[in-house]
Design a protein. Structure first.
Length: 212
């Protein structure tokens, strides 16, 4: 099975991908890692992408999708894979389809904007050791102080309210349309992402097992 994970930033896509990878025995493929591999192996598609990267330009959609297709064709992934980081927009989703990269399931974790803002706004990171906390879900013993090293806890730039709202706006404009694209193809699996991690994972596994 080839699976993609959809949902707003902070919905838990990475966490669920790891759990699904272990439970279903499928490989998680990062677009960034695939790109670096293609460049390191001096594959034509990788060298094509490198031309744009060396100029500090964004790699065009058709080059990114070409790299994904090339990688999937050249590697035996056994039971399948979870694509991480692609497609990022409706154009990439259509290109995957046109290039013959079959997506068996598009998993959408449904979480409201207000919940995302609360989740990400409550995250704290230690300036010294990088340990992560959450003011509600995983608070430190002493407010603002790391349990592990006593360092100061701070809010990352990515988690500041104005940044979160901007990321959500980009998601709704560029990525959310992909949900409708896969719904029309009968490939969409929608799961409430506000449930607990294990509960959400169980629902996802059951849904995916039904289409295998």
């Amino acid at each position: 099975m080839t699976i993609i994970m959809l949902g707003p930033p902070g919905a838990g896509k990475g966490t669920q991908a790891e759990i699904l990878s272990a439970k279903l025995g499928v490989t998680t493929l990062s677009t960034g890692n695939i790109l670096r591999t293609a460049i390191a192996e001096k594959r034509p598609v990788g060298l094509d992408a490198k031309k744009y990267m060396d100029k500090g330009e964004l790699v065009p959609d058709e080059v990114i999708i070409g790299i994904i297709k090339d990688f999937l064709a050249g590697h035996d992934l056994g039971k399948g894979c979870i694509l991480d980081g692609v497609p990022r927009n409706i154009n990439q989703a259509k290109m995957l389809d046109e290039m013959g990269v079959a997506i068996d399931a598009a998993v959408s974790l449904e979480v409201s904007d207000s919940e995302i803002e609360q989740r990400m706004g409550g995250r704290r990171s230690c300036l010294k050791c990088g340990a992560s906390y959450h003011v509600k879900a995983n608070p430190p013993a002493k407010e603002g102080v790391c349990d592990k090293c006593g360092g100061e806890l701070t809010i990352r730039e990515d988690d500041k309210p104005e940044t979160v709202r901007q990321r959500l706006a980009v998601y709704h404009k560029q990525t959310e349309p992909i949900i409708g694209f896969y719904a029309e193809k009968g490939k969409l699996i929608t799961v409430d992402g506000t449930a607990g991690v294990e509960e959400t994972a169980e629902k996802l596994v059951k849904a995916l097992e039904m289409i295998q």
